[in-house]
Design a protein around this ligand. Structure first.
Ligand code: 13P
Length: 288
């Protein structure tokens, strides 16, 4: 099945009280692991690509070519969206031109008027081309691609303003951060989430920083309207730990253990296991 935009899968998720996972990709192994797991679990999935990862993978056209090739060669039949994560205005335009099926325009660092203006323009383009679009209000804390945010709670009224522009999904800061959560993290602000959901109604809400959020908080967030959850760091940690174990056990020095297809296999499996665990927690299994 060719790429789809994320609208239908997220509308169904919101109505069915579960969430679709966005898993960020970094290379072929990542992409293959996520796609195969989604297919095995009969789950819809969103592949996230940050601008930095896009550059690393030799540009957006390379990413589109790789993903489209895999969908065909691996005979993937579950719905898959290819989504720009935290896109700039220019990045969003480049991904639209390259063949992404979904984009995020992160205008959260602009004054709200400018965020509205730029989001509006991109909404019109996406509507015309049949793409889905995610907007963000209130910066998500932590570090991603060198951008460091302090993590804040979005203003529900501003969320309503952006939601009304016709975006497909809305990311709102509710105390969540990218990367590992610090020991003294105060947790998600369900009060803010509830207020946003009351004002934005049917709009699927997006929870960034899915790594390390305890299962009960994930479930509560879904019950309050979160329909898409982004996970990146957790796959990276799982991949790194499995690769470290392989090397530390000296397996790369045994026989043909240095062959990249063998060396990267434990990390590949670790990504599959992480994605499976998340899809089960988010409730998207058998929802394709
Ligand atoms: P984590 O890296 O914390 O899982 O966050 C991912 C994310 O929100 C991507 O936009």
């Amino acid at each position: 099945m060719p790429l789809v935009n994320a609208k239908e899968m997220l509308t169904k998720a919101k109505a069915g009280h579960y969430a679709v996972g966005q898993f960020n990709i970094n290379n072929l192994e990542w992409t293959k692991a996520i796609l195969l797991t989604a297919q095995e679990l009969n789950s819809p999935v969103i592949l996230g690509v940050s601008e930095g990862a896009g550059k690393y993978m030799c540009g957006y056209k390379t990413v589109v070519g790789m993903v489209n090739g895999m969908l065909e060669e691996l005979k993937i039949t579950v719905p898959v969206a290819l989504h720009l994560d935290h896109g700039s205005y220019e990045g969003a335009k480049a991904c639209i031109a390259a063949g992404f099926s979904s984009i995020m325009f992160d205008g959260s660092h602009y004054p709200i008027e400018e965020n509205v203006e730029k989001t509006k323009e991109l909404v019109a383009t996406c509507e015309e081309l049949g793409l889905s679009i995610e907007a963000e209000v209130g910066s998500i804390g932590g570090e991603e691609d060198g951008v460091i945010g302090a993590g804040e709670c979005a203003d529900p009224a501003e969320c309503k303003m952006i939601a009304d522009l016709g975006v497909t999904m809305l990311a709102a800061g509710i105390g969540n951060i990218h990367g590992k959560y610090p020991e003294n993290w105060a947790g998600l602000s369900f009060e803010t989430l509830d207020a946003i959901q009351q004002l934005t109604g049917e709009m699927p809400l997006v929870l960034h920083g899915g790594t390390g959020i305890p299962a009960d908080m994930i479930k509560k967030a879904i019950s309050l309207g979160v329909s898409k959850i982004n996970v990146n760091t957790e796959c990276q940690l799982a991949f790194a730990a499995a690769t470290r174990e392989y090397i530390e056990a000296g397996k790369d020095l045994q026989g043909k253990g240095f062959d990249p297809r063998k060396l990267l296999a434990p990390g590949f499996q670790a990504i599959k296991d992480t994605v499976k665990e998340k899809m089960e927690l988010f409730g998207s299994v058998d929802k394709a």
